[in-house]
Design a protein around this ligand. Structure first.
Ligand SMILES: C[S@@+](CC[C@H](N)C(=O)[O-])C[C@H]1O[C@@H](n2cnc3c(N)ncnc32)[C@H](O)[C@@H]1O
Length: 254
């Protein structure tokens, strides 16, 4: 199975609870559209639109919005929730729109999940009119006081230090795709949680419960014990906060 196909299946399975699990995407969608600052009436294409966090913010600013996503599940939810948005199932790397069709292209938390982001960026440039704006958001890895949890995950499940795309890497990809004047800004999105159980409830649907269930029983018990011990300590010592961060990127098509 290709990673594009794996992505499609992953997001199909998530479609009905995506914005409930990833609580920050709605706010970040508004932030990204404010950063792009499209004038009312701008033709805006939102790529990897998911449930429409970015697309509906663009609609609220008076843009003519087209949204595409590789996942059929996401597209059908978005089309049902927002009939004013023209929604299509399309691949970011082969959008199928004529050259210069849009004034603005947005993609919220998408480039880092693509198999070939450089191909997609070239495609975004192709569908933008000269002088058009591309606006992207990228998750920023902020470990902070959750270092104990990252270490625990790495000890039990390995990996964990995988090469996430950085803001510098994305700016280099933008320049390589021929975009001019890339700029970016950092945004923090802290999420305080009330207690250790809430931290478990946050992680469980993100693959952790499944991974723990797949461990031999004694390892699974040890993982849970150490997880709750670490979470209790954090709770006592200043409270549990998920420290999310993102960078918003903007560049211009030549
Ligand atoms: C992290 S979600 C972001 C969704 C939305 N932009 C938001 O901010 O809430 C990534 C989205 O990209 C879509 N996606 C992944 N690979 C894609 C591809 N090759 N072409 C188009 N969409 C893709 C997924 O289906 C998913 O909806």
């Amino acid at each position: 199975m290709t990673s594009t196909e794996q992505n499609r299946r992953k997001y199909d399975a998530l479609a009905d609870r995506y914005e409930e699990i990833f609580f920050y995407v709605a706010d970040m969608g508004r932030e990204l559209v404010d950063y792009a600052a499209p004038p009312p009436g701008a033709r805006l294409l939102d790529v990897g639109a998911g449930r429409g966090a970015v697309a509906r913010a663009a609609l609220a600013r008076g843009c003519a919005v087209t949204a595409v996503d590789a996942s059929a599940g996401m597209v059908s939810r978005l089309a049902a929730d927002h009939p004013e948005i023209e929604a299509h199932q399309r691949d970011a790397e082969a959008l199928g729109f004529p050259d210069g069709s849009f004034d603005v292209v947005t993609a919220g938390f998408v480039v880092q999940v693509l198999t070939e982001p450089e191909v997609a960026l070239t495609e975004f440039r192709r569908v933008l009119a000269p002088g058009g704006v591309l606006a992207l958001s990228l998750e920023r890895q902020t470990v902070g006081r959750l270092a104990w949890l990252h270490d625990l995950n790495r000890e039990f499940f390995g990996g964990g230090s995988g090469a996430a795309m950085t803001a510098e890497h994305l700016d280099a990809l933008l320049a390589g795709a021929g975009f001019a004047a890339p700029v970016n800004v950092e945004v923090d999105i802290p999420k305080p949680l009330p207690d250790p159980a809430a931290l478990w409830d946050w992680l469980a649907p993100r693959g952790v419960a499944e991974a723990v269930d797949a461990l031999p029983t004694d390892r699974a018990v040890t993982f849970r014990e150490r997880f709750f011990r670490g979470a209790e300590e954090m709770h006592r010592d200043g409270g549990i906060v998920l420290e999310f961060g993102a960078t918003l990127h903007k560049a211009t098509a030549p």
